[in-house]
Structure formats: C-alpha cells, structure tokens
Design a protein around this ligand. Structure first.
Ligand code: NDP
Ligand SMILES: N[C@@H](CC=O)C(=O)O
Ligand code: NA
Length: 362
C-alpha cells in the first residue's frame, strides 16, 4: 500500500485527488493499492485518522474545524509518525520554491517525492546533483518529476531511458509550453482574423494551461526551466541563466507588480503582437516559441521564431507540445507530441509516477 500526501490541492492537485479516487475503483488497485492520507494547502492541513481521506470529502474536511493550521514541518512530522516513509509519497503540487527546497530533507527522511513543480530541478546545479544522486543510491526513495516537462507526455521517462541505455544525446528541440503553443497556434493559425492576443491569453488561463502567474509563461522563464531540466538530464551541467532567453513581454509591461494588473494591461499591447504575427504571415510563416538544446555544440536557447507552414511545428494543434530527441541511436529524431498542459494531463503524469512508486514500494 502506497500512502500519498498532497501539498497544494490547487488546479492540478485537485485533478490528482479525483484521479486517485477513480483509480481506487479499478481492478489494478487491488494488487497495487494507493491511499490518500494527508493534504495541505497554504492555510490548512488535514490527515486521515484510522482510515484514509475520502477523496470526495477533502474539501469539506479542510474547511471544517478538523483541519489544523498549515505548517510544513508539522505536516512532515505527523506524516512520519503515522506512516512508513518508504511506503509514502509526498506530492508537491505547488509552484513554490521554498516548498521545493524541502525535497532533500524529505528524501533523507526516507519519503518518496513526486512533483510537477520545476523550481528545484531548474534551481542551482548543486541542488540538481544532490537530488539526481538519489537515482543511483541503493535502496533510496524515489524522486520523480515527469510532469515538469511536457505535463503527462512521457518526455523525461523517455530521455532517462535513452541516457540510462548509453545513448548519446545530440540535440533536443521542440515546443515545451502548452500556453505558448495555444497562444501562437490560435493567434498565427494562417489567417489574420483571429482573436486579439490578450483574449487568447485569458482563454489559456481559463483552460488551466498557464502557470499560477501567467507572466512566468510569457516571459519564457517556464520554458527555460523545462529546457534546463532537459539539458541537465542530457548531460549538460548548466545553470538556468546560461540559456539564451527571449522574453516576449514588451518592456513597458515587465515591471507590472501583480499578475492581475499584468492581465488588465495586456490588451494595450495587442497591436504589438498583431504586428509580429503580420510580419510572419507576410513571409508565409507562423510564429512559434521554441526551445533548442544543442548538446553537441553547447548552445541552449528559448526563443520566438517563425516557421514555414510545411514545418511540423506549424501544424501543431493549439496547446500541444512537440519534443524531438536527436541521438546516436536516433539520428532521425525520436519525437513525442500531444497535449502539453492542463489539469488532467498534468495529473496523469504525476499519477504515472505515483504508480511507479507504488509498484516499487509494494
Ligand atoms: N497547469 C499545467 O498544465 C501544469 C502545471 N504544472 C505545475 O503544477 C504545479 C501546480 O500548478 P497549479 O495547480 O496550476 O497551481 P495552483 O495555483 O492552482 O495551486 C497551487 C496550490 O499550492 C498551494 N500552495 C501554495 N503555496 C503553498 C505553501 N507554501 N504550502 C502549502 N501549499 C501551498 C495553494 O494553496 P492555497 O490555495 O492555500 O494558496 C494551492 O493549493 C505548478 O508547479 C505548475 O508549474 C506542471 C505541468 C503542467
Ligand atoms: N504553464 C505551463 C504548464 C506546464 O508546465 C505550460 O503552459 O506549459
Ligand atoms: Na512529461
């Protein structure tokens, strides 16, 4: 039985709770059982007592007087008192850096750690190396983060398999942001008659594609974080700031203090984005925000480029990611494509990591 504790039952975390519930009704759950034992958001935390938390009731419990004030050290302490760490997975569904800074401590206590949060893996190379070392320690807990790149698409498991099998990664490239894929596929879909850019950003947010703060998407930082993770797994020990990053947020909008103010000022820049779109259109091309991780030539960049309509990036469906690995084994690149953001596909990626952990800790 794997016990699961969720930190951050937001958009993705809530979809994950539903998935755990759906799984508990399946036949597979009889041989590989998973139970939900604790949840904390930034305000309150709850624990299952003698029985697991009923995934249909967590919202009413967390807003009842059964909930305790949220406190991460106390959350971990109670978890360790009630459950065997090696048979427990802590799932960080926040985008919070200070939560991510706890992973080493949690792993050292013996807990498995699973997360879609990119902050730790794109943080300092020193932290990356310490976290990565758990992969090769005999009997160590697992640290899995498939959903940090390409949401539920099997991107990291594929790349890890290539690296583990002795393949040599030459170049990784693709469209790594669901939000920017949605924006530019909708916006530059071969016509000039689409919605204004700011309207499409609002729809991407409503679809659950954006980061909690959409400025992280539009600045290119979220893509740069994913590219850093891909580069590091591919063998390049780079820091985030070693990537050339093109920030597409117009200069005057950058100092905007809050995400809400940013969203309300964005329509003032619709003409700026229309002009970029028109310039590409007049060349018979479309805009796409792409990552290129050239391991062989040590060149790492994330940028807005235009592509002819015959290019595979041009025919992508809005919101999809596409990632190709050019390697010694795959000189004709191995390519993965599909939905790259959204609560369900992301929680699917997390759930696959939970299942792997449940199999190992059986
Ligand atoms: N949306 C997508 O398609 C994808 C998202 N991701 C990643 O998934 C993660 C979650 O995103 P999303 O669900 O949209 O985020 P949300 O903002 O919807 O949810 C964040 C959750 O984290 C909680 N939280 C924040 N700070 C703390 C804290 N200090 N202690 C405990 N809980 C805290 C929030 O609680 P409260 O309500 O109390 O503030 C909330 O429950 C992010 O890291 C994102 O990058 C990855 C791949 C795809
Ligand atoms: N905001 C991100 C969500 C997944 O990481 C994206 O748009 O790709
Ligand atoms: Na993935």
């Amino acid at each position: 039985m794997l016990s699961v504790a969720i930190v951050g039952p937001g958009l993705v975390g809530e979809a994950l709770i539903k998935m755990i519930h759906d799984y508990s009704q399946s036949l597979r759950a009889i041989t590989v059982p998973i139970q939900l034992v604790a949840i904390t958001n930034s305000r309150k935390m709850i624990f299952g007592d003698s029985s697991p938390i009923n995934p249909n009731e967590w919202k009413s419990i967390i807003s009842s007087d059964k909930a305790q004030p949220a406190d991460i050290p106390a959350f971990i302490k109670q978890l360790a008192q009630k459950h065997v760490p090696g048979k427990t997975a802590i799932i960080d569904c926040t985008s919070n850096e200070s939560i991510a800074n706890n992973y080493l401590e949690w792993l050292n206590l013996g807990f498995n750690v699973i997360t879609p949060n990119k902050k730790a893996f794109s943080g300092s190379i020193d932290l990356w190396n310490q976290l990565r070392a758990f992969r090769t320690k005999q009997g160590a807990p697992l640290i899995l983060h498939e959903a940090t790149v390409g949401a539920g698409l099997p991107v990291l498991s594929t790349l890890n398999n290539l690296v583990d099998s002795g393949d040599k990664i030459i170049k990784v490239e693709g469209i790594l942001s669901g939000t920017l894929s949605f924006l530019f596929c909708e916006f530059s879909n071969g016509t000039l008659n689409g919605k204004p850019f700011s309207e499409i950003v609002k729809i991407a947010k409503a679809n659950g594609f954006t980061e909690p703060d959409p400025r992280d998407d539009l600045s290119g930082l979220d893509v740069a974080r994913k590219a850093t993770i891909l580069a590091r797994i591919s063998g390049a020990n780079i820091e985030l700031d070693q990537l050339a990053l093109e920030n597409i947020v117009p200069e005057p909008l950058r100092p905007t203090p809050t995400a809400d103010e940013f969203m309300s000022k964005l329509p003032e820049f619709d003409d700026h984005f229309s002009a970029l779109n028109k310039a590409a259109y007049e060349k018979g091309e479309v805009l796409r925000y792409v990552a290129s991780i050239d391991i062989e030539n040590k060149d790492y960049r994330v940028e807005l480029k235009s592509f002819p309509k015959s290019h595979p990036f041009a025919s992508l469906s809005p919101g999809d990611n596409i990632i190709s690995f050019k390697t010694k084994y795959f000189p004709n690149p191995l390519t993965i494509q599909g939905a790259g953001a959204g609560a369900e596909v992301t929680s699917f990626g997390i759930f696959c990591d939970i299942l792997k952990t449940a199999e190992v800790s059986k």
